[in-house]
Design a binder for this molecule. Structure first.
Ligand SMILES: [Zn+2]
Length: 570
């Protein structure tokens, strides 16, 4: 017995010693305002990280006292230290691709876009496709001289690129414009019928004007994919990896430490897994699997992945969509559009198919994430989710409606009461503001457009993000939009009574996003034991003036305790 006690004592001493040997942290950030986003919203001066996780938080003197020979020390000079920002809904490989192609997010007119394509034509061989993304007819300073319903016709593009098929995707991703050669290659004629769930926009004579909405895009995309067929597999894989590398860099420069990817194919999940296993990720990725019910049935369990490569890749959700976007008249509404007579939008995936996917999600313990923009789309999805929740004794499903953008007032409290997460994007509100009232009329816009205040007040969880590459991946403008609902260019305010407070908005970008991915035990707040994922901002987002938010610089992006980005100009 004595020996046993003695051995135990020696054991205890040994553990104590070995702990003190390892005690000095790998990284200490001091002289900071550490806004933890923990339950008490505690604020501290310093934070330390050991072996990739947060080891202590507290006062400067205490933490610096533990500094060792190999500890990296960052003097934050009073900067604002927050949990690493989580992009709550974006398209990761799509962001990568958009960084390699023409990007029109900042373009102010159709002429500007045509000029950018003309420039690209000079450096492109005949026959090669020219790809771009990000145009939005409602966001230009002037309407194109030659237009139909505000959409440009293809003639300018066809003139400057007679020998290159051109395909330019709408900012929303729910439409595209093609030039004549692209349409010829795709076999478009006056006789080509609209596919179900899509529209080929035509002039009075029935000629395609170049714009393809929703499912009609596939006709042009298929032609492009056919062209890509000649690319070798190595070429394709290399291009994909080049894009993903650019996407990671873009995220780090914008303070994003985790990214929720709204739709990955089987082969992409395979590639992400391999990247995680071989340490190729600089940020953490959480992907939703996206396939038809037919393709997924029996396959999902093979792709379900949790915390691969020490928490760098997870695929535990399935994505589908029931409608399109408001800008391209794709949002599925309960009542017709105010600016398109008798038209209620597009139901892009049959409800019976969504139900099948819900069943697959339930059976495989995957979260279900359904894109729904219009009030009809949201109601249909809430109904499906309510039914599924009722049919299972699994609690904690945390199913999500991606965008939850336009809601009937009756449906707003259902998010809280059912426990369905409203996966929203602050920036979409101010970005779309110029045309929302036009499409929906004042009443619907006031009562149910981007109603994040009302969802939170009725007990729902609201997340945040940018839908990149639909919008720029920067959280700064999205955060500003969330707390002001004010446009940056002209100060136009979109029903500011639906704003979130500074703290709620920061929560939406950190803890709420972590919760929406079932990752709140590892991320979303700065607490001992969680990942050392940290973003350092030049402005205090809780206390600075509204305008100062827009001057924010990302100073550091730290993932797993490693500095992955440092702003050299500051
Ligand atoms: Zn999206």
């Amino acid at each position: 017995m004595k020996n046993y006690i003695l051995l135990s004592l020696i054991g205890l001493m040994l553990t104590a010693c070995s702990k003190s040997v390892n005690k000095s942290p790998d990284l200490i950030i001091h002289n900071a305002t550490v806004y933890t986003v923990d339950a008490d919203r505690s604020v501290h001066e310093a934070i330390a990280i050991s072996d990739g996780v947060i080891s202590s938080i507290g006062e400067n003197a205490d933490l610096l006292g533990a500094k060792g020979e190999h500890t990296q020390v960052i003097d934050a000079k009073g900067a604002f230290v927050i949990p690493g920002l989580i992009e709550g809904h974006g398209h990761f490989s799509g962001l990568g691709q958009s960084l390699m192609n023409l990007n029109f997010l900042k373009s102010k007119s159709w002429d500007e876009i045509v000029a950018m394509v003309a420039e690209r034509v000079k450096h492109t061989e005949k026959g090669e496709w020219i790809i771009g993304r990000g145009w939005h007819q409602e966001k230009w300073s002037e309407t194109p001289h030659d237009h139909i319903h505000g959409y440009p016709r293809h003639f300018d593009l066809s003139k400057i690129a007679p020998d290159n098929p051109v395909m330019l995707t709408h900012a929303s991703g729910h439409g595209l414009i093609a030039n004549k050669l692209a349409m010829d290659v795709a076999g478009i004629t006056v006789e080509t019928a609209n596919p179900i769930g899509g529209e080929i926009v035509r002039d009075d004579q029935g000629n395609a004007i170049g714009v393809f909405e929703e499912r009609a895009q596939e006709i042009i995309r298929n032609a492009y994919n056919y062209y890509l067929k000649d690319q070798s597999d190595e070429q394709k894989i290399k291009e994909w990896h080049d894009g993903v590398a650019l996407a990671q860099k873009e995220c780090l420069e914008n303070g994003i430490t985790s990214f929720q990817d709204a739709g990955a194919r089987f082969h992409e999940v395979d590639r992400y897994r391999e990247m995680a296993q071989t340490g190729k990720f600089d940020i953490r990725l959480w992907s939703m699997l996206r396939h038809s019910s037919k393709d997924m049935d029996g396959n999902v369990s093979k792709y379900r992945t949790i915390d691969e490569g020490d928490g760098y890749f997870t695929c535990r959700a399935i994505k589908t969509e029931v409608d399109g976007a408001l800008g391209s008249f794709g949002a599925w509404l309960l009542e017709p559009y105010d600016d398109k007579e008798n038209f209620v939008g597009q139901n892009t995936t049959e409800i019976s198919e969504v139900e099948k996917i819900a069943e697959i999600a339930l059976r495989n313990d995957m979260q279900l994430c359904v894109h729904a923009i219009g009030d009809r789309a949201n109601r249909e999805v809430l109904d499906i989710m309510e039914k599924s929740y009722g049919e299972t004794d699994k609690k904690d499903l945390r199913w999500r409606i991606e965008h939850s953008q336009h809601l009937h007032p009756d449906d707003i409290p259902r998010f809280g009461s059912l426990g369905v997460i409203a996966s929203m994007q602050g920036i979409h509100c101010t970005s779309d503001a110029p045309f929302v009232e036009k499409r929906l009329g004042r009443q619907r816009a006031k009562e149910g457009a981007y109603p994040w205040r009302a969802i939170v007040d009725s007990g729902g969880v609201v997340t945040n993000g940018t839908d990149a590459p639909v919008e720029d991946v920067s959280a700064i403008e999205s955060y500003y939009a969330t707390v002001t609902r004010k446009r940056i260019d002209n100060g136009f305010e979109f029903f500011p009574e639906n704003s979130l407070t500074r703290d709620e908005a920061l929560y939406s970008y950190t803890m709420a996003n972590a919760y929406a991915a079932k990752e709140e035990q590892d991320k979303g707040s700065l607490e001992v034991g969680k990942y050392g994922d940290i973003t350092i901002l030049s402005k205090n987002w809780i206390e600075c003036s509204e305008e100062a938010i827009l001057d924010t610089k990302i100073l550091y992006t730290i993932v797993g305790g490693e500095v992955k980005y440092q702003n050299e100009t500051e």
